[in-house]
Design a protein around this ligand. Structure first.
Ligand code: ATP
Ligand code: MG
Length: 383
């Protein structure tokens, strides 16, 4: 009897020392969470997680390969270790196939009567006898039959890449500055992929920006959540601060000063959320507010680490990731963001810290930040 099983490889977690068990439990938990509502069940056993009892293989593979910490998966047949069972599983997988193949055997059970070197050619020979449409090609085979001899034998032909990274909830929490753009959802995804849970802040330009712009951010958060788990999303009313900035600051400095406010407010919300870092979608030189001088001026108002995973990336590569994680279509919708209201004609690309500070001295920064934090609204609490 051959049972269908999905072998899940745990990648980097293998390298963990004493707390390996903690990581494995988190990963198994993440997989079980995405399998909820299906009959499938995941269990760790001796270096791998095995998912069993499923009908719709493609559905299960789709779900499991989205889990952070999953290196790759292989849909396999699980059979007894006796030679005949392994052979019949291999023949089952090759049914209807033609072209070239090879067999690749590995045994972690060293007490097994045949060595890997003996097993592969023997299987190859018997497969050839049973299936006249196949020939052997050891160097460039059309199909490779992998045979793993462990507590049981596992036979498969396919390995599908997962997300890699670390299981969610193994590396603390960070607060994402989530705009409606292309970059920030990708930045959130990249950091969450290292096991960090997310909360998010959106600076809301309503009523200068539309209800649709708000909905866009909510929809983006939902898309990111397919990977990151629940993202608690705050909306911060931002127009009052923008108006104050426009009234009191040199026009060319309005963007960089606005960004300094965003960082201050996000840091306060992060603290409330027990988050230890901020995340932005900034990338060097992408726009005037992302020159090194502007980034330095923006960074200097917070003491928390700011993660900018896209900092050295080109837009075109960021877009590739946005497409792969399926946020691009939403990000590309044309609704404006608060950054697009009150934009200066000529934003400075070389802001000076002293000029920012002089301008801010004319404002009640602490009061404005307090007000903004106090009027932040949680858009999406837990589902
Ligand atoms: P995105 O980076 O998401 O495409 P963008 O390209 O318009 O937005 P900027 O406006 O320069 O970039 O903003 C840089 C970063 O600041 C964004 O990646 C995001 O992290 C944060 N940010 C900008 N606007 C907002 C906003 N309205 N709400 C929350 N965060 C924002
Ligand atoms: Mg950007």
């Amino acid at each position: 009897m051959a049972d269908k099983v999905l072998i899940v490889r745990i990648g980097e977690i293998h390298l963990k020392g004493l707390n390996r068990g903690f990581f494995i439990n988190k990963l198994t938990g993440s997989i079980r969470r995405v399998l909820k509502g299906t009959a499938a069940f995941a269990r760790f056993d001796n270096g791998y997680i095995y998912v069993r009892d499923y009908e719709d293989e493609a559905l299960i593979i789709g779900k499991v390969t989205r889990v952070f910490g999953v290196q790759s998966v292989s849909p396999a047949l699980e059979v007894g270790k006796d030679y005949d069972s392994v052979l019949s599983a291999a023949l089952m997988l090759l049914q209807g196939k033609s072209g070239t193949f090879k067999v690749d055997t590995k045994r972690s059970d060293k007490s097994y009567p045949l060595t890997s070197m003996e097993m592969s050619p023997k299987l190859g020979e018997d497969i050839l006898k049973a299936n006249a449409n196949l020939t052997v090609d050891l160097h460039n085979p059309g199909t490779t039959i992998y045979v793993k001899i462990r507590e049981k034998a596992y036979v498969f032909t396919e390995t599908i890449k997962g997300q890699g990274g670390m299981p969610l909830g193994t590396n603390g929490r960070a607060c994402l500055l989530l705009s409606g753009g292309i970059d920030s959802p990708v930045a959130g995804y990249q950091i969450a992929r290292r096991g960090v849970s997310l909360c998010a802040v959106y600076f809301d330009g309503f009523p200068y920006t539309s209800e649709k712009a708000r909905q866009k951010v909510i929809d983006l958060a939902k898309r990111v959540e397919i990977y990151t788990g629940h993202v608690k999303l705050y909306f911060v009313p931002f127009v009052k601060i923008q108006q104050e900035i426009r009234k009191r600051c040199p026009e060319s400095y309005t963007t960089v000063i606005m960004r300094r406010y965003m960082m201050r407010i996000a840091e306060r919300i992060a603290l409330q959320e027990n988050a230890l870092a901020l995340i932005t979608g900034e990338s060097i030189g992408q726009v005037a507010s992302q020159t090194l001088q502007a980034l330095a001026a923006t960074n200097s108002v917070v003491s928390m680490p700011v993660f900018r995973p896209l900092i050295g990336m080109d837009k075109i590569d960021i877009i590739d990731i946005a497409r792969a994680i399926d946020t691009y279509d939403i990000s590309a919708l044309p609704y404006e963001d608060c950054c697009s209201i009150f934009t200066p004609k000529h934003p400075t690309t070389h802001p000076k810290l002293e000029t920012c500070e002089e301008a801010e001295a004319k404002m009640d920064v602490a009061g404005l930040v307090d007000d903004a934090v106090n009027s932040a609204v949680v858009q999406r609490a837990a589902d």
